[in-house]
Design a protein around this ligand. Structure first.
Ligand code: PHE
Length: 428
């Protein structure tokens, strides 16, 4: 048995997990959703979903990883040998590998736009072609190099540096954004509570978003938790990650939306917001003083690049951990194989916008939900209750009072909620 690395302490665990959680979802989806689906009312529902439903799912995946100290496939083979549940392991390795193939393309766009910020010459947004391939390759290559450095010297170090940096960057952008004339309309858009917008659909969106944002359902929490030591408190790690993720999403909202309103345009979501609407806004900022547009734009695309990279690192580590432990490869070779497979898979998305959209929708709406559902069903119904409680409470040492409530959520409430999003993805 080879010696496994562990994250060095609670801060390291939360930084790495937050690195995975904070990503494009916080920047290009949350702010728009909050504005469109009821402002403060939506944010309230979102917070509720994060702690009542996503946290139990996080814990389910977390305890699978920490109990076995194994990669996602190895973990399922240990807990449920030769059973159908090992499918959860395979799915947990396939999903992130598929996702990173288009995630790194978006990362590549962010690098390209960072470079273009210095001349504020964004041109038309054409997300195809060789330039995209080149920048995407750089982005994926750097992410793989970080993973190749190891759990402690790569992922942990990078996250400990990046997460504080991301918060500083977004606060600087926010501070500027709020001084712009007309920005109050953006604040109002984000916050004005509109309870009439709350419906079953809003709830499904909030839950789906909280899911994606916490990187659930794709083996990441299983893998990262396998690097958590036995005396670390899983509930604290999960709650800490959820708080950091939520805080960043809200800050990103106040950094982006008021600036968009100030330029007199309507906010949108997805790639259009980051790569079309905002470049226009930065151009407008630069009309009075070019350097302001340059600085804010460069800081913003740096934020997007770093946020996307801490997430892509987590996606890559899932496959790498599998290759190291199940196929006995050296970390460097494992990273190279993942790099090449993802690169080839990414070609499809680079050259076909349609494939890009399909892969995104299929993995975020389908694969991820199935992964999360299987994880809660496994922990809630297949594992022994004592084992689950022992894992959540570190053998009775921590939080034993809320543990039964969490178990109840895992066993009954979370599966119903996940099933609801799953079905609503098809009908909404
Ligand atoms: N949680 C990330 C975000 O909010 C997205 C992500 C999905 C990261 C899947 C890793 C894996 O953007």
């Amino acid at each position: 048995m080879q010696k496994r690395e562990h994250f060095g302490g609670r801060a390291a665990v939360i930084m790495a997990m937050a690195g995975s959680a904070i990503g494009l979802g916080n920047i290009w989806r949350f702010p728009y959703m909050a504005g469109q689906y009821g402002g403060a009312a939506f944010i309230l529902i979102y917070i509720l979903c994060s702690f009542v439903l996503s946290l139990p799912i996080f814990l389910s995946e977390g305890l699978i990883g920490r109990r076995t100290h194994s990669n996602a496939i190895g973990a399922m083979k240990t807990l449920a040998p030769k059973s159908i549940w090992t499918a959860l392991g395979y799915l947990s390795v396939i999903t992130p590998t598929v996702i990173v193939s288009y995630y790194s393309i978006v990362g590549g766009w962010a690098v390209e736009y960072f470079v273009k910020s210095f001349s504020l010459s964004f041109g038309d947004f054409i997300p195809e072609g060789w330039t995209v391939l080149a920048y995407g390759t750089v982005f994926l290559g750097i992410s793989c190099l970080i993973v190749a450095l190891g759990v402690k010297s790569g992922i942990e170090k990078f996250s400990k540096f990046s997460i504080p940096l991301l918060f500083v960057l977004i606060v600087v952008i926010l501070a500027y954004s709020l001084t712009m004339p007309g920005s109050e309309k953006g604040v109002e858009y984000l916050l004005k509570p509109d309870f009439s917008k709350l419906s079953g659909k809003t709830f499904a969106f909030a839950l789906g978003q909280s899911f994606y944002s916490l990187s659930l359902g794709m083996g990441i929490i299983i893998t990262y938790s396998s690097y958590i030591s036995k005396d670390e408190n899983l509930i604290v790690s999960g709650a800490g990650t959820a708080v950091a993720d939520l805080l960043f999403a809200i800050l990103a909202g106040f950094a982006i939306i008021p600036a968009v309103f100030s330029a007199g345009i309507e906010p949108s979501s997805g790639p259009g917001l980051i790569f079309q609407t905002l470049p226009f806004v930065f151009g407008r900022m630069g009309e009075a003083h070019a350097w302001i547009g340059v600085v804010i734009s460069a800081l913003f695309f740096l934020t997007v690049t770093v946020a996307a990279m801490t997430s892509s690192v987590s996606l890559i580590e899932v496959g790498v951990a599998y290759l190291i432990e199940e196929k006995h490869l050296k970390r460097g070779w494992a990273c190279l194989i993942v790099f090449l497979s993802v690169w080839v898979l990414g070609l499809v998305s680079v050259f076909s916008g349609k494939a890009f959209g399909l892969i995104d929708a299929f993995s975020s709406n389908f694969l991820l939900t199935v992964g999360a559902l299987l994880a809660v069903l496994f922990v809630g119904w297949k594992m022994k209750k004592e084992d689950v409680l022992e894992e959540i409470t570190n053998g009775g040492k921590v939080n034993s009072r809320i543990a039964p409530a969490l178990y109840f959520l895992i066993r009954y409430i979370a599966p119903i909620a996940v099933l609801t999003i799953f079905i609503s993805n098809f009908i909404l």
